[in-house]
Design a protein around this ligand. Structure first.
Ligand SMILES: Cc1cc2nc3c(=O)[nH]c(=O)nc-3n(C[C@H](O)[C@H](O)[C@H](O)COP(=O)(O)O)c2cc1C
Length: 183
């Protein structure tokens, strides 16, 4: 029997009560039904500022941890806010740390845009540019918009909307299938 694929969930927000993290926690909640295991990365705040001088062995432990988590994943799902028309600096910093490693090369990656309709396109455009430099494989059908109203988050910090949950399960399934070489 083949192992359950792991999808790494990367939030671009450090904010307590983040809507983007809510989307990813909901993805984790529906993961078993999608026959994947979803792991929420929690090291964003602990990454050092990117410095090429430090991108050498031995890597800073937080960076080694990030790269190991990427390496162990069959795919990556990103959910990030847009700040000032682009990615939050902390999340761009995370992506900068992936450029010098090989772990993300050809790795299936997708994102969920959780912003209000018509918003967040600057963040999406930057993600596309930066992921292109990293060599990640953007899984286009798995890149979706699921606008999140803060009022739709339940007491457990999850989305209960069945359609949002169904679409997140579908995104996870597409990423896992892409990582396994299946269509
Ligand atoms: C400093 C700052 C800049 C922002 N810039 C934008 C922006 O350019 N475009 C946009 O659609 N929203 C912008 N927003 C709104 C955030 O993207 C929005 O509040 C989002 O829900 C935050 O994500 P989170 O809930 O996961 O923390 C900005 C918010 C902050 C705090």
């Amino acid at each position: 029997m083949s192992a359950v694929p792991v999808i790494l969930l990367l939030s671009g927000s450090l904010r307590a009560g983040s809507t983007n993290e809510t989307v990813l926690r909901t993805a984790r909640d529906v993961a078993s039904a999608a026959r994947v295991r979803a792991v929420l990365y929690d090291g964003l705040a602990g990454l050092p500022h990117f410095n090429p001088d430090d991108d050498t062995e031995p890597l800073p432990p937080a960076v080694a941890g990030l790269r190991a988590a990427i390496d162990a994943a069959a795919g990556i799902l990103v959910c990030t806010p847009e700040y000032a028309g682009t990615l939050p600096g902390a999340f761009k910093n995370l992506l900068d740390w992936t450029v010098g490693g090989t772990e993300i090369c050809d790795k299936p990656v997708a994102w969920v845009n959780a912003a209000a309709p018509g918003r967040g396109r600057g963040a999406e455009a930057t993600l596309r540019t930066v992921l292109g430099y990293t060599g990640a494989h953007i899984v286009e059908p798995a890149c979706v918009a699921i606008p999140v109203d803060r009022g739709a988050i339940d007491a457990d910090g999850l989305l209960t909307d069945p359609e949002a949950r169904r679409r997140l399960g579908s995104v996870l399934g597409l990423l896992a299938a892409s990582g396994s070489g299946r269509p």
